[in-house]
Design a binder for this molecule. Structure first.
Ligand SMILES: NC(=O)c1ccc[n+]([C@@H]2O[C@H](COP(=O)([O-])OP(=O)(O)OC[C@H]3O[C@@H](n4cnc5c(N)ncnc54)[C@H](OP(=O)(O)O)[C@@H]3O)[C@@H](O)[C@H]2O)c1
Length: 222
């Protein structure tokens, strides 16, 4: 499949791009608001992969062009910009099978991070509201630490929770997640359950901040 990571120049975009390029044959496309930045980061990812013996071609484009070329589009942008980003590429999503969102709304005070969902209930539901009607939305990858993904020397042993109303779209993302070695996708239900999944993320960050050795903590369910 062709996977475009909009905002693929950032932390979670880098982690997912590297893992998909390292572990699978999917074509990885880096998107950015700035096409030059997208190309530079794509080159950096190629260098990192090459240093580990994997020669892959990764292309970088403006977000619109990246979305245009993809089967699956991942919105790897800050939660407060998912709506703008979807709107900016909406007319390029005709042939896109799935829009994936890992975004979590949070704020921070002296006690740590707190879940701050938008009025519609969750960022995933906000994306579903902003997306064209015929483009299914899947929430995934919310609870993964980007640094742990981006370090290809680390063996993952993590779960990622999927929420979606469209069974085919959820299956597509399940297979994409399953392709990442050491990542187990689990079905967490429909889009209405997204808040429960997203709200784990500030908990994980607070655990990482307050406990030695828990940097980049993730979840597995037994
Ligand atoms: N970091 C993590 O460990 C992690 C883990 C799980 C989920 N997430 C979620 O994934 C999302 C991205 O997180 P991140 O840490 O990767 O964020 P980030 O590195 O701060 O930003 C990602 C990219 O978003 C783009 N961006 C920044 N401001 C924007 C704007 N105003 N409009 C459109 N695009 C903008 C930038 O790309 P360009 O400048 O190239 O356009 C940037 O490289 C967040 O919603 C976060 O909740 C993050």
């Amino acid at each position: 499949m062709k996977i475009a990571l909009l905002g693929g120049t950032g932390d979670i975009g880098q982690g997912l791009a590297l893992r998909w390029a390292y572990d699978t044959d999917h074509e990885v496309i880096v998107g950015s608001r700035d096409p030059e930045k997208a190309r530079e980061m794509a080159d950096e990812y190629e260098v990192e992969l090459s240093s580990r013996g994997v020669d892959r071609s990764i292309n970088g484009f403006a977000n619109e062009m990246a979305a245009d070329r993809a089967d699956v589009v991942v919105l790897a942008v800050p939660a407060y910009h998912v709506r703008d980003t979807v709107e900016a590429v909406a007319d390029r999503l005709d042939d896109v099978d799935v829009l994936v969102t890992p975004a979590v709304g949070m704020d921070r005070d002296e006690d740590g991070f707190h879940y701050k969902p938008p009025g519609v209930g969750s960022v995933t539901q906000l994306v579903a509201e902003a997306a064209p009607d015929d483009v299914p939305v899947v929430g995934a990858f919310h609870n993964l630490a980007a640094d742990r993904l981006a370090d290809l020397g680390i063996e993952l042993d993590l779960d990622t929770l999927l929420v979606a109303d469209d069974a085919d779209a959820k299956e597509t993302v399940r297979l994409l997640a399953d392709g990442i070695v050491g990542l187990r996708p689990l079905d967490a239900g429909g889009l209405a359950n997204a808040a429960e999944v997203e709200s784990l993320t500030p908990l994980l960050i607070n655990l990482a901040m307050n406990n030695e050795g828990m940097h980049d903590v993730g979840v597995t369910f037994e």
